[in-house]
Design a binder for this molecule. Structure first.
Ligand SMILES: N[C@@H](CCC(=O)N[C@@H](CS)C(=O)NCC(=O)O)C(=O)O
Length: 220
């Protein structure tokens, strides 16, 4: 089923949806919302659609989704006939996918908020956000290193799931928040493997600079 995405081009959460739709070759319509400087996502008409006043919003018929993780599941369940992106036939992989989708929301709260502070001067406790962001990057790095030792290239197994897409966005965009990838070889390899997926779509702020050849092939 096709859909309309209420979108802002520099939003990491909107990008997650654009990326999965592109990978699965799903067509959709974009409604650009003036997030900055217009704050159109706080206007009365937008709040009537999404009382949280956040982007993205996905609309399809009577369906209105206001959380990017829910959108990824909705798209994958309908358009991935192999059931690898939303792995309903593998209990362990499915549970891991839900767990890492939860982690992706934490990345929005740490790296995402620090990025808004760094790029748009949003008032924030930058030191606390920085500490949380680094803790999250280390947790991701440790998990990816363990996965690599098990011969698993992605967060939940040998194949990417919606959780990889959800975690990819703010991890890849962390240099915008002043957090480079230099210290995290496991993350660099994983970012590269996602970038190499057929149909990959990029966005402003995602760089290749820290990816080096011997690291990407480690777990593939
Ligand atoms: N849980 C939501 C969070 C969405 C979210 O925080 N979006 C940001 C943009 S990336 C937003 O609209 N923030 C409102 C603001 O900063 O004014 C999701 O994953 O979709």
């Amino acid at each position: 089923m096709s859909f309309t995405l209420h979108d802002y081009v520099l939003s990491g959460n909107c990008y997650k949806v654009r990326l999965l739709a592109q990978l699965l070759e799903v067509s959709y319509t974009i409604n650009p919302v003036d997030f900055h400087p217009g704050k159109a996502h706080k206007s009365p008409s937008f709040l009537a659609l999404n009382p949280h006043g956040t982007l993205p919003v996905l609309e399809s018929g009577d369906t209105v989704l206001t959380d990017s993780a829910a959108m990824l599941v909705w798209i994958a369940q309908q358009h991935d006939k192999q059931h690898t992106w939303w792995p309903i036939n593998d209990a362990e992989c499915l549970a891991m996918t839900v767990q890492w989708l939860g982690f992706s929301s934490q990345l929005t709260e740490s790296i995402g908020q620090l990025r808004l502070h760094t790029m748009l001067n949003r008032p924030a406790d930058a030191e606390t956000l920085r500490r949380q962001s680094i803790r999250h990057l280390r947790e991701l790095e440790n998990h990816l290193t363990e996965q690599s030792i098990r011969g698993q290239a992605f967060l939940c197994g040998k194949q990417p799931t919606v959780a990889d897409i959800a975690c990819f966005a703010y991890t890849a965009l962390s240099p915008d928040a002043g957090l480079e990838h230099t210290l995290y070889p496991g993350i660099r390899g994983w970012l590269h493997r996602i970038r190499c997926l057929e149909g990959f779509l990029t966005m402003p702020g995602i760089y290749e600079a820290h990816e080096t050849r011997n690291e990407h092939t480690a777990a593939s």
